[in-house]
Design a protein around this ligand. Structure first.
Ligand code: SF4
Length: 415
């Protein structure tokens, strides 16, 4: 709902347009992903593109590795809900065919598409058609000359590769470009992008390449992408996971929402880690709530808290939450108790309130709070505090036992 915090200001970049989607110069940071189907299989590829767009992808890339793929692109582009970028390696004729197919963007790899005349021919054609190109440098496929010159795939070598490509483009007056300098090493990727950001004013496409399967792949991607975004670097992002690409799109969207760079479109479920005070199985209730709420695509933050003693206060920033105590659920909006329900109705009550909250807004739902809900909740809270005191984990008892144990050990032997 309302967004109070965001990350640092974005580094200024120039603007490019991928179809109708702007990139750079203050445009919202966008999410990209790539299809895993054969591009020639139009129906399967379009089905995946729709799934990716539904999961949060603003732009989708498809490989264009053979003539049948280029023909597929010609059929996919007019039916796609998002701009399509053709991924080109080695073959300049595939780039020319993709342009003919009407794609909204190209990605060229300077490491394997090396002939200057071919690069310039592609750039000249892209210029005539108003199609932007991503200079997609990759540490794993760096041009061998640069590898030798820099003694490896260093940040300087990756940036130099992009600079050389831009110089070829400049010869034909083409500058409608975004740049990526990806690596599978997170520290290398971070340094390369920092250097690229200091060197160029073109928009940057961020990614940790070949990050592997989740969860490690997600962590690597997040470590690299989030670090740079928090520094104001990056205009569009892609997670590269060995997984269903829908997971990439979802992760990209969630990262941008978490950083306050995109408005929340989906549910953000937070849950307490649980502790000795927990009155319910927090993991099970959080899972049930997530499943029930996720399908409804409600753009709110919902908290599931294990106890009524601390839950509503700890999660007062959440739009909506539920906390458990004395076999009842306390439903709260922005930390204010609005309803007390039997424990077995907690999840249903949460879902019903979430739908009303999205439809009617916070103020209206606070005004519709049950009379007496606050008082009933406070009674539960007090009763629990009386039962268990402030020290639910019995830490003081434990500390006494530990002290006694050490005291015994300190006693002289045989004494
Ligand atoms: S909300 Fe309650 S159960 Fe959850 S961690 Fe906090 S004190 Fe523990």
């Amino acid at each position: 709902m309302d967004m109070e915090w965001t990350t640092t200001r974005r580094r200024p970049t120039r603007r490019i347009m991928l179809g109708k989607v702007p990139i750079g110069d203050g445009a919202p940071v966008t999410v990209q992903s790539m299809t895993t189907t054969k591009t020639a299989d139009v129906d399967a590829t379009l089905a995946q593109i729709y799934a990716l767009a539904g999961a949060g992808a603003d732009i989708v890339r498809c490989t264009c590795n053979e003539e049948a793929a280029a023909e597929g692109l010609a059929r996919i582009v007019p039916r796609s809900p998002v701009p399509i970028v053709a991924d080109i390696h080695f073959h300049h004729e595939m780039a020319m065919a993709a342009l003919e197919a009407g794609v909204h963007g190209l990605r060229l790899n300077p490491g394997n598409l090396r002939k200057p005349e071919e690069i310039k021919q592609i750039a000249a054609e892209a210029k005539d058609r108003g199609v932007p190109i991503r200079v997609g440098v990759n540490a794993g496929s760096l041009h061998p000359d640069l590898y030798r010159q820099f003694g490896g795939a260093t940040p300087e070598a990756l940036v130099e590769s992009a600079r050389i490509e831009l110089a070829y483009f400049a010869e034909v007056g083409f500058d409608d470009v975004k740049i990526s300098v990806k690596a599978s090493s997170v520290p290398l990727m971070i340094e390369a992008y920092r250097l690229a950001s200091a060197t160029f004013d073109h928009p940057l496409h961020l990614g940790v390449t070949e990050a592997g399967p989740p969860p490690a792949g997600l962590l690597k991607g997040t470590a690299g992408i989030a670090t740079l975004l928090a520094e104001g670097i990056g205009d569009t992002i892609r997670y590269s996971l060995t997984a269903d690409p829908v997971e990439e799109a979802r992760a990209g969207r969630q990262l941008l929402e978490a950083l306050g760079l995109r408005e929340r479109k989906n549910l953000d479920l937070i849950a307490c880690p649980s502790c000795g005070r927990a009155e319910i199985d927090v993991i099970a209730v959080a899972k049930a709530a997530q499943e029930a709420l996720e399908d409804r695509q409600l753009p709110i933050q919902v908290a599931v808290m294990g106890c009524v003693v601390n839950g509503p206060g700890e999660a007062r920033g959440a739009d909506l939450g539920i906390a458990a105590g004395r076999h009842r659920g306390h439903l709260f909006i922005k930390g204010k108790i609005v309803r007390v329900v039997p424990e077995d109705e907690m999840v249903d009550a949460l879902v019903a309130e979430a739908e009303r909250l999205v439809a009617e807004g916070v103020e209206a739902r606070l005004a519709a709070a049950d009379a007496g809900a606050e008082a009933a909740a406070e009674a539960d809270r007090r009763a629990l505090l009386d039962d268990r005191g402030d020290d639910a984990n019995a830490s003081e008892v434990r500390v006494d036992l530990i002290r006694k144990k050490f005291g015994e050990e300190r006693k002289p032997h045989g004494g």
